[in-house]
Write a protein that binds this ligand. Structure first.
Ligand SMILES: [Zn+2]
Length: 454
């Protein structure tokens, strides 16, 4: 591009600068990873305090004004440094809490002792999301003393337990977080060597359905055949959630379309562990099915266990159903559709109650405009390959919270992960070569946004 906002010399100078920063970034990442900052209640929260403090210290060292805020939940770090007069402000998000390590025996090296093997750094949080914090530090360090934009850093301390106090933080501290572009570094790239921008996330509702047919349990030999039991009625109701192909059959739910990337059944089977001979379900492209269409998954049933069962017509039974939603679906509209579906499919006049257990919005970026153009250019500079737009089938509640709070900001969901990262699992790891590219891309992104005409 002849009218590019950055020259190739500026791009290669930033690559060289970041390459020189990598040993320091790696050392700081290892120090953060050694702090077992598991935000789940059952774990010692002193470590979460320590990771907030360590994050704050790294940001103070770059000259940012730093505060640690708590709004009824875990400590979050907010830091800011002004840019040149009139330059845009970019907010950089990551989280300093981590998932529990699980069973140490499942790890090939201790979860909180970062260890390199075959170009990957293993450790709980080494990728998710302490490498996200360090990518932001890389961008700040690459421009030390001459930031091209204003930067606000927000590092949350409870992402892994659902960001419960995030709405209050946004309400009370939102003005400090206001920005023209928001980089949320907590997602994944498409493959090693293939960068991605996450432009859609699915929403979610979780419902509990309770079916009752009798006011007490009765002998199945005496009344079975004429009197329905609640488990059979519940199972028949649950069976109506899908058609024969396994596609969701709840009328009125929206269905989206995913971007057109190569993703074949072999890769799906490999990544999911689907057994040979078991069908793939649903209709449409595989990526539509896992990123953009609704799902209905029965995740739990309350009924007598096999071991404790007896020859009884069971009077009442419940199921919890997790329903993923198309990225642009309104969760309350979806809940209304589920209620209508249940009412229309009640077997044998059974009493049925539906209760909403949880809900969260999805996200669908309008991934166009100058900020997205510069982001794609920065990724291309770093990898030598243009990024692809991907969806993520899961839900990240904080993305919707930011999109709602700052509707005029461009929301960029980036990340340090790759398909082998195993975030949340045993042997979580960061690909160190890809990590450097993530750092380069973010440093170049700040330069590009600062160079946009204004
Ligand atoms: Zn994360």
């Amino acid at each position: 591009m002849t009218d590019d906002v950055l020259s190739t010399d500026q791009v290669s100078a930033l690559k060289t600068t970041v390459a020189g920063l990598m040993p320091g970034l790696r050392a700081d990442l290892e120090a953060l990873t050694r702090i077992p900052s598991v935000s789940l209640d059952a774990f010692d929260q002193a470590h979460v305090e320590a990771s907030a403090e360590a994050t704050a210290e790294l940001l103070r060292a770059e000259g940012l004004d730093v505060e640690i805020v708590r709004e009824g939940g875990r400590p979050a770090v907010i830091a800011h440094i002004d840019g040149p007069q009139g330059a845009p402000t970019v907010m950089l998000y990551a989280h300093h809490d981590v998932q529990p390590p699980g069973d140490d025996a499942d790890w090939d090296s201790a979860p909180f002792e970062p260890t390199e093997r075959d170009g990957r750094l293993y450790g709980r949080g080494a990728a998710d999301d302490k490498a996200g914090i360090m990518a932001h530090l890389a961008a700040l360090r690459a421009h030390r003393g001459a930031l091209p934009v204003g930067v606000t850093v927000f590092v949350e301390g409870e992402e892994e337990i659902g960001s419960d106090s995030l709405p209050t933080i946004l309400e009370r501290h939102g003005e400090k977080l206001r920005a023209d572009a928001i980089v949320l570094a907590d997602s994944t790239n498409w493959a090693i060597g293939e960068p991605a921008l996450t432009t859609t996330l699915r929403g979610l509702i979780r419902v509990v359905v309770t079916v009752t047919t009798l006011d007490h349990g009765i002998h199945s030999g005496m009344f079975g055949g004429a009197v329905p039991d609640a488990i059979t009625a519940l199972v028949r109701l649950l069976a109506t959630l899908h058609d024969d192909t396994g596609a969701v059959a709840i009328a009125g739910l929206r269905s989206g379309t995913a971007s057109d990337l190569d993703f074949d059944e072999a890769r799906l089977r490999e990544e999911s562990g689907l057994l040979d001979g078991v069908d793939v379900i649903g209709t449409g492209s595989l990526l539509d099915r896992i990123w953009a269409k609704p799902t209905a998954t029965v995740i739990g049933i309350d009924a007598p266990s096999v071991a404790k069962s007896s020859n009884t017509l069971v009077p009442t039974a419940s199921a919890k159903v997790s329903i993923r939603l198309a990225p642009d679906e309104d969760p309350m509209d979806a809940y209304a559709a589920v209620q209508r579906h249940v009412e229309a499919n009640i077997p044998w006049g059974a009493r049925v109650e539906v209760h909403l257990d949880d809900q969260g919005s999805g996200f669908a970026a309008d991934a166009n405009g100058p900020v997205y153009d510069q982001t794609r250019a920065a990724f291309t500079d770093a990898w030598g390959v243009e990024p692809v737009d991907i969806g993520v089938g899961g839900s990240i509640p904080f993305v919707a919270a930011f999109a709602e709070k700052f509707p005029e900001a461009a929301i960029l969901v980036t990340g340090v992960e790759d398909p082998d990262t195993r975030a949340h699992g045993a042997n979580e790891s960061l690909h160190l070569g890809e990590f450097e590219k993530v750092c380069v891309a973010e440093a170049i992104l700040l330069a590009r946004l600062g160079a946009l005409p204004r």
